[in-house]
Design a protein around this ligand. Structure first.
Ligand code: EPU
Length: 337
């Protein structure tokens, strides 16, 4: 049942594990409950945020507003044909539990996205991606409630305007829709994506290349590099991999021979933020309880009692030094609130 709480601690609702209180916290389990709440309380001109699993958020102070927390769960089969199934998944399902479920049911398409922290509802917002796959490849529709009109709206894949770590929900419609369900089209026939170097290398240790082993391999790679938020507060990649002009990338490559880079199109190149940060000597550094992870410089961590500003200060120092050494601007992937 829906409930409105006051002065509610958000520590358990952000994977950085930062203590911050919300003035109001509204949790709901159905579309009807939130529509009813919005009809009674027009919130469009007040301060509010929509909070899923909090795996991409950094609170820098108490939140003097309303937090909307959808607790909609369930996996439903909407459609099935010879080659695929269409599934409708509640926004508060844990992303990785859905991946595990799909793999156990021999459904292909999201196995490379194993172990990404967060909820289903957040997956389209930043178009989560890893090991050569982005979630946009399997999303058919996104269901949401409009905060303005209070209506239920369905966004087709095209209307989501997906891009690298980006979608319409981070831009034009930022904070204007509450994603309630996501519809995924998964394949019944084998379609494995193995082009990402680290995967094929890890798979050499297994006798067979199949869905379950790919999930295992990816979990192994991630666990070896990325800290578990349950053990060490973090929000995955803190920065996006920067995209620069090809010309700029070529100049840098001439200067730094080992610099990893990936062609985006004829005129743009993506650089590895983790590499740039490591070259500036940040990897493994710790300042009080805020630090840069020892195995993946793209991840900032909270050793216990860092607050949001400690993390933000570290992030800004990192950005300055990358700008100084490489002339490259790092953008945050995490949202500071
Ligand atoms: N690298 C370093 N030092 C580091 C980290 C990376 O030199 O500390 C180098 C690596 O050796 C490699 C390159 O940078 O040559 C790329 O590294 P990696 O394959 O680990 O991936 P990434 O670009 O750092 C991205 C995603 C991750 C995702 C991995 C795997 C972004 C912002 N991050 O990281 O996503 O798991 O690829 O596909 O695109 C997340 O968003 O939370 C996340 C972990």
């Amino acid at each position: 049942m829906a409930q409105l709480l006051e002065n509610y601690s958000l520590k358990k609702h952000n994977t950085f594990g930062i203590e911050a209180k919300a003035k109001y916290f509204f949790e709901f389990e159905t579309e009807a409950e939130i529509q009813d709440f919005l009809k009674k309380n027009d919130i469009i001109d007040t301060q509010y945020i929509i909070l899923g699993g909090g795996s991409n958020l950094l609170f820098t102070e108490d939140f003097d507003g309303l937090v909307l927390h959808p607790n909609i769960t369930g996996i439903e089969l909407l459609d099935e044909d010879e080659d695929s199934v269409l599934l409708r998944v509640g926004c508060n399902e844990e992303w990785d539990e859905f991946v595990e479920w799909a793999v156990n049911n021999d459904l292909y398409g999201i196995e490379n996205l194993s172990l990404i922290p967060g909820k289903i509802g957040a997956s389209p917002v930043q178009n989560i991606g890893a090991y050569g796959v982005e979630v946009r490849e399997v999303i058919e529709n996104v269901e949401a409630i409009s905060i303005e009109s209070k209506d239920a709206v369905i966004f087709s894949n095209a209307r989501c305007e997906f891009d690298y770590r980006n979608s319409v929900f981070k831009n034009e419609y930022k904070n204007l829709f509450i994603i309630t369900h996501v519809q995924f089209r998964l394949k019944k026939k084998s379609d494995l994506k193995l082009q990402y170097g680290a995967i094929s290398k890890e798979l050499e240790a297994y006798d067979e290349i199949n869905l379950k082993n790919i999930r295992k391999a990816i979990i192994k790679i991630r666990e070896s590099k990325l800290p578990d938020p349950e053990e060490l507060g973090n929000a995955g990649s803190f920065f996006k991999n920067p995209i620069v002009d090809k010309e700029k990338a070529d100049k840098l490559k001439a200067q730094f021979e080992n610099m990893p880079s990936y062609e985006v199109n004829d005129s743009e190149t993506k650089l590895a933020a983790g590499w740039l940060i490591e070259q500036c000597d940040w990897k493994g550094k710790r300042f009080g309880d805020a630090g840069v992870h020892k195995d993946q410089a793209l991840v900032l961590v909270n050793y216990g009692n860092a607050n949001g500003n400690d993390i933000l200060k570290l992030a800004n120092d990192i950005r300055k030094s990358v700008m100084f050494k490489f002339g490259v601007k790092l953008e945050m992937e995490v949202n500071a609130i």
